[in-house]
Ligand binder design. Structure first.
Ligand code: CO
Length: 169
């Protein structure tokens, strides 16, 4: 599984609702975890590997030895949010680029697990940040869309380099 890099238009397509909670879905999630760990990420959304589904995997420890920290979210939706804070984020679709993003400090999320069971979980701090970042991917929203004008200016040349590399294939 390869991670799609900015500015590939695939990243803007987002995901569609998952309807089949079958073995294929579980295999996709497992392959996404492997890719995420290989790339030293803490979260990965299906559109980032070219799959247009509302499917997200994350492990805020980012370590495959901590399988207890693994969470798979299918068709997730943020139902409530609280607080605001800025912190640095990166994204596997933007290698080497880091920028401050404002996010809610806690979120309550409705989602389904791989068995199709409805879940409702509150996430706080770093986990809440990861959840908001990954759920954005499902709507084709990227973290660079959420930067302040000062941060946008600061990373502009890095983004332009990525765009040029993409044009050159
Ligand atoms: Co990302």
């Amino acid at each position: 599984m390869d991670v799609v890099k900015y500015p590939d238009p695939v990243l803007r397509r987002g995901g569609k609702a998952v309807t089949d909670f079958d073995a294929d879905l579980a295999e996709t999630a497992e392959a996404m975890f492997r890719t995420m760990y290989d790339q030293r990420g803490v979260g990965l959304a299906a559109p980032q590997v070219g799959i247009e589904l509302n499917l997200v995997v994350f492990n805020s420890v980012g370590d495959r030895s901590n399988r207890d920290g693994e969470i798979v979210m299918v068709n997730p939706e943020i139902k409530a949010r609280k607080g605001k804070e800025f912190a640095e984020e990166g994204c596997l679709s933007f290698p080497g680029l880091y920028a401050d993003v404002e996010r809610s400090t806690s979120v309550v999320v409705d989602y389904y697990d791989l068995q199709g069971l409805a879940q409702n979980t509150k996430f706080e701090g770093f986990e809440a940040r990861v959840v908001q970042h990954e759920l954005d991917h499902l709507r084709g929203v990227l973290f660079v869309d959420r930067l302040s004008s000062i941060e946008k200016l600061r990373v502009r040349s890095q983004l332009q380099e990525m765009e040029q590399r993409h044009r050159e294939g």
